[in-house]
Each structure stands twice: as structure tokens, then as C-alpha cells.
Design a binder for this molecule. Structure first.
Ligand code: ADP
Length: 497
């Protein structure tokens, strides 16, 4: 059955048509042959029975009178011209052999069955036994033995002819099946060919031409409809892809522009700022010089008090504000510059040994760790795939925050772990610090967003930089935190598999 299943449609159809034809031909011919052979045998039986009766009738007078010589002569004379009769015996009424005829001159052993008359096929002979009557009284019987060689030859010849005709018809059926199978296999093979063309060329504009309205015609219609749908979807997908590409390009352009603006402004704003800082210092010196001028004591007392207020309080206070604002601006600009550098820096992707990277990052933070007497535990970390410098910067920021936001009321504990998950590694920087309230957990990744600006130093850029770096690696950063308990910062980065 498996062999049949793997045959081509063409061969399957030929096998089916041929099997049905052979079955019909062989069954039909067998039935006809059995009937004909039966008729042949019946004809021979009828002919020999008639000959037996006629010869018996002819010998009846001689037999009734006891003329055995005459009866034997008559028997020979009558049976000799009949080629199939081999032996003929006449028995008297006591069943004693009365006269005989042997074609070959040799006697034979007659077969008797307990009947008054019979016809019997045995071996290569046909046996006929008939009673002989004279004037209504049984005077004896006649026994003829005929050869069936002629009948066998006739049957053999007949069977040979039948087999030849049968073979001829089977061959004819094969050619007919070969021709007729095309009606079904051709359109299916055509469909298979078109399907292959389409899958190779990915050309969904091809259509298949139907020839009729049968099931195959309907199959063609369905196939063409399906192609139309695919073509339509392809078109929609291409258009959506083109639109996406366009928007992506636009976004990239805008991003670049924005980064350029941030870079240029943060860079260029620093020189006027340096001027502000420089000239504020100059003003400070000038103020000191002005206060030290000798003639100041000769100023009238009322004016002197006003002068002192301006020189010792108003101007120094204003200068103090200018200096703190300028230094605040300086650190903000430095932060912006740092952020824009992260976006602009070339990334070189490679397999990163995170155990080694973490050692280096912690080495740089050794002083802070010691000062805070914190315990830092690093578990065995799986490697990731990315830019070593940027990943170092991201984790340095996270560890730095973990240290910065520890709770002074309890010993600081920091744990760094990592776990491989399919094509990614998820690292976790966990601390038992002050924690973050749920409503702030999303916003801490926004630029310049700080929760308690007066409690600690910083520009609110650390996590923005972490987010930017992780996104450049097609990764993700998120936080789980509980106030007064601690925070867990998760970083998902790709691996090489
Ligand atoms: P910065 O630390 O300079 O303020 P970040 O962007 O690194 O800026 O952090 C933003 C804010 O998120 C911080 O001001 C702080 O309030 C909160 N934060 C960050 N990390 C932690 C942490 N590990 N535990 C508690 N709060 C944190």
C-alpha cells in the first residue's frame, strides 16, 4: 500500500484502470471458457451416445440370432470409419462378451458401474454403455470406448485463443488507460507545476487557466482566488513595510538631528559658561580689591554703611548664586554631553565575559564600597553579546545607584546575579536600600528625573543612560522595588546562543 501511495498520480490512475479491466476481462473470459468447454464435452457425449445407440441397433438382429462372427464383422465395419472410437464390445443377455472391435488390436479392461446405461469420462477416454433391444426385448448391451485426445486438443486450442485475446485486450486496456488518465492527471500536474513555479519565483500574479467546470475547474477557481488574496496581502504588506521603512528612516533622521542638537548645544554652551564662571571669579577679585581700597574709610558714615551692604552682602550673594547656577549648568551640560556621546558612540559587538566586567566595574567603585562598609556579592554570571564598554558603563551606573541609595540605618547588601533565558540573559542588581515608591518606578528612567534631589548628588541621568545603552542592544531594563526594603534592577541582554 505504501508503494501505491508513493506512485505518481499518472501511474496510480493506470494501475486502477488496469486492475479493474484485468479483473473484468479475466472473470468474463473464465465464465465463457467454462461454459464452452462444458458444451464441447456435451457435444462429444451426444455424438458418442448416438453412435453407441445406432451401432447397437444395427447389431441387434445378429445378436438375437447368436451370429457372433457376423456381428463382429458388422461392428468392425461400422466403427472403423469413426476415428475417435478405440474399442467396441457387444455383450449377450447373460453379459458374456459376444463380439469385439479393437482399433489397435489390443483388448482393454472395461469399467462397469451398476447401471443399465451410462456415459463416463475417465482418464483420456469416454466410456458409453447402452442396452440393445430387439422387438422390445433386451438382447444384450454395447460398450464403446472413445479417445478424448481430439477434444483435449480442441479445448487447448480454444484456451490458447482465449488467453491470446485476453492478453490483447489487457494490452489494449493499458494503452487506453495511458491515454485516459491524462484527462485527470494532466490538470492536476499542471496545478502542481504552477504551484512550484510560484513558490520558486514568489510571483503571485500567475493565474491558472481552467478548461471545464468539473471539480478540477472548481479547484482551479479556488487556487486562483487564493493567489488573488495572497497578492492583495503581499501588496498591503509591501505598502505597510515601505511606510514603516519611511517612518523609521524619518525617526532615525530626527533622532540623529536631536542628538546633534544636544551635542552641539551642550558642547557650545560650555564656552559661554566658562566665561560666566571666569568673569564671576574676576568680579570676586575686583570686589576684594575694591573692599581693600584705602580711601574707603574716608567715605561718610551713612554712605559707608550702604557701600558695605552692597560690597559685603548684595554683590557676594549674587555672585554666590551665579557661581552655583553656573556650576549646576556645568554639571547638567556635562551630563547631556555624556548622554549624547552614548548615543553617538560606535558599538562593537562581541561576547562579553560578565564575571570579568563586573570585577573591573567593582574595582572602580572600591573606595565607595569601603566607605559605606557595604557587602557586595557577585554570583557566577553567564556571558552576553554586546559592546563591552557600554555594558560596563550601564552596570557601573546601576551599582553606583545601589550604593548611593543604601539605607544608612542598616548594613548595606548588594547582590549581582544572572540567569540565561533562551536567547537572552537576565542580570539583576539587587540592593537593600531605601527603595522606590511604585508611582515613581517608571519615571526614574526619564531624563533628569530625581526623587529626592536634596538628599544626594546626581543629575538624574544615570538610569537614562542605562536605558539607552540597553535599548541599543535590543534589550530591556526594568525595576522591582519596595520602599524601605530595597530595589532589584533587571537588565535583559542578548547572548550568542
Ligand atoms: P541620579 O542617581 O543621578 O539621581 P539616576 O537616573 O541614576 O539619577 O536615578 C534617578 C532616580 O532614581 C534617583 O534620583 C533615585 O531617586 C532613584 N534611584 C535610582 N536607583 C535607585 C536605587 N537603587 N534605589 C533607590 N532609588 C534609586
Amino acid at each position: 500500500m505504501k508503494f501505491f501511495r508513493n506512485l505518481s498520480i499518472k501511474n496510480k490512475l493506470i494501475v486502477i484502470v488496469l486492475s479493474v479491466s484485468i479483473l473484468a476481462i479475466v472473470t468474463g473470459f473464465t465464465i465463457v471458457a467454462i461454459q464452452d468447454i462444458h458444451i464441447f464435452k456435451e457435444d462429444l457425449v451426444n455424438a458418442t451416445t448416438m453412435s453407441t445407440a445406432v451401432v447397437g441397433e444395427f447389431c441387434a438382429v445378429g445378436l438375437s440370432l447368436g451370429y457372433d462372427k457376423q456381428v463382429e464383422e458388422e461392428l468392425g465395419m461400422l466403427l472403423k470409419p469413426m476415428p475417435i472410437i478405440e474399442n467396441g464390445y457387444i455383450y449377450d443377455e447373460k453379459n458374456d462378451l459376444f463380439a469385439r472391435y479393437n482399433k489397435s488390436g489390443l483388448d482393454f479392461e472395461p469399467i462397469f458401474i451398476d447401471r443399465e446405461k451410462f456415459t463416463l469420462f475417465a482418464g483420456e477416454f469416454l466410456y458409453n454403455f447402452e442396452p440393445i433391444f430387439y422387438k422390445g426385448k433386451k438382447v444384450g448391451s454395447i460398450y464403446l470406448r472413445s479417445s478424448t485426445a481430439l477434444l483435449s486438443r480442441k479445448i487447448n486450442k480454444y484456451l490458447l485463443t482465449m488467453v491470446m485475446v485476453m492478453l490483447g485486450m489487457i494490452v489494449l486496456s493499458y494503452f487506453l488507460a495511458l491515454e485516459l488518465q491524462r484527462v485527470i492527471s494532466k490538470p492536476i500536474l499542471k496545478l502542481a507545476g504552477v504551484t512550484e513555479d510560484i513558490s520558486q519565483q514568489a510571483d503571485y500574479s500567475i493565474r491558472i487557466q481552467k478548461k471545464g467546470d468539473d471539480e478540477i475547474g472548481k479547484l482551479y477557481d479556488g487556487f486562483n482566488n487564493m493567489l488573488e488574496q495572497i497578492q492583495l496581502r503581499e501588496k498591503e504588506r509591501d505598502e505597510a513595510e515601505a511606510e514603516r521603512e519611511r517612518l523609521f528612516g524619518e525617526l532615525e533622521e530626527k533622532n540623529k538631528e536631536l542628538e546633534q542638537v544636544v551635542y552641539v548645544t551642550s558642547h557650545d554652551l560650555r564656552s559661554p559658561l566658562v566665561n560666566i564662571q571666569g568673569f564671576s571669579r574676576e568680579l570676586e577679585y575686583s570686589l576684594q580689591e575694591l573692599s581693600a581700597l584705602p580711601g574707603i574709610d574716608s567715605i561718610p558714615a551713612g554712605l559707608k554703611k550702604k557701600f558695605s551692604l552692597i560690597l559685603e552682602e548684595d554683590i557676594p550673594d549674587s555672585l554666590k548664586y551665579i557661581k552655583t547656577s553656573a556650576s549646576k549648568m556645568d554639571s547638567l551640560l556635562a551630563g547631556l554631553l555624556k548622554l549624547s556621546r552614548v548615543g553617538r558612540a560606535e558599538v562593537t559587538f562581541s561576547q562579553v565575559d560578565m564575571n570579568h566586567l563586573m570585577q573591573e566595574a567593582l574595582h572602580a567603585l572600591e573606595f565607595q564600597v569601603k566607605e559605606l562598609a557595604a557587602t557586595v556579592k557577585v554570583e557566577n554570571l553567564p556571558p552576553c553579546f554586546g559592546d563591552e564598554m557600554q555594558i560596563n558603563q550601564a552596570f557601573s551606573n546601576l551599582i553606583n545607584n545601589a550604593l548611593k541609595y543604601l539605607d544608612p540605618q542598616r548594613p548595606g547588601m548588594i547582590r549581582i546575579s544572572g540567569e540565561k533565558q533562551n536567547d537572552y540573559v537576565v542580570y539583576c542588581v539587587e540592593d537593600n536600600g531605601i527603595g522606590i515608591a511604585e508611582e515613581h518606578q517608571q519615571r526614574i528612567f526619564e531624563i533628569f528625573h530625581r526623587l529626592n534631589p536634596d538628599d544626594s548628588s546626581g543629575e538624574g541621568l544615570g538610569l537614562t543612560i542605562v536605558n539607552k545603552i540597553v535599548r541599543r542592544h535590543s534589550g530591556k531594563v526594568w525595576v522591582e522595588s519596595f520602599p524601605a526594603k530595597g530595589s532589584k534592577f533587571f537588565v535583559r541582554l542578548p547572548t550568542l546562543g
